[in-house]
Design a protein around this ligand. Structure first.
Ligand code: CA
Length: 229
């Protein structure tokens, strides 16, 4: 079944879309915030098309789109623009959206756009991730688990690789130390949070120009770390 994500914070609009998409034969995943959508996309790699509202309580739909494209996920993106203003459409397409639908829209119009996008993307289950994640001077190869900085290979342990991958999949997103521990070491891991700090310190020495003044792995005081500013 073709799987679609709908990101919309207004519950009544979201359920209206969900009902109509299910009626049209799609499997639907719902998200109410930008970060929620990014998490759901990661958990459901078989999503073929994402419908993104622009105005959201956390990060806006354009930013979600930008991150989807930065992550290398091969999915179609339709922006829901509230206004008919041209600049919203331009911004949406600039961030890598494939199409846009202006509110208010009819269910028939939306499903027609989704169908067209599925045809363009090729298959219902689009290829999920590319083999490379690129951020600034870094290229992470997901196939052979290697990292390059400006084309020069950086030697990483498997744990360090897992941390870098987590960061590069979530650029600009503050990740708590608990979160990093759970994602990298697993939810069952019983250990000290300091292991996160130790690995971050070692990673900084390997990848930062100046480990004392990091440009890439930033400290979020009292919380954890984030990739970039
Ligand atoms: Ca909204």
């Amino acid at each position: 079944m073709k799987k679609v994500l709908i990101l919309e914070d207004e519950a009544n609009i979201r359920s209206f879309v969900v009902i109509n998409l299910k009626r049209a034969g799609y499997e639907v995943v719902e998200a109410g915030t930008g970060y929620d959508a990014l998490d759901k996309l990661e958990q459901n790699p078989d999503i073929g098309v994402a419908i993104l509202d622009v105005m959201l309580p956390d990060i806006d739909g354009f930013e979600v789109c930008r991150r989807i494209r930065a992550s290398g996920m091969k999915i179609g993106v339709i922006m829901l623009t509230a206004r008919t203003q041209e600049d919203d459409k331009v911004t949406g397409l600039m961030t890598g959206a494939d199409d846009y639908v202006t509110k208010p829209f009819s269910p028939a119009e939306l499903t027609a756009r989704i169908d067209a996008l599925f045809r363009r993307v090729g298959t219902a289950t689009a290829k999920v991730t590319s083999d490379m994640l690129k951020e600034g001077p870094f290229t992470l190869n997901l196939r052979n688990h290697s990292l390059e900085k400006n084309g020069v290979k950086v030697r990483l342990t498997q744990v360090e690789y897992a941390i870098v991958k987590l960061f590069m999949q979530n650029p600009g997103k503050p990740l708590s130390r608990e979160n990093i521990l759970a994602m990298v070491w697993g939810r069952d891991y019983v250990g000290d949070l300091k292991i996160v700090d130790v690995n971050i310190r070692r990673l900084r020495i390997k990848i930062e120009d100046d480990p004392q003044n990091p440009d890439y792995i930033m400290t979020v005081w009292g919380h954890g770390y984030q990739w970039g500013r």
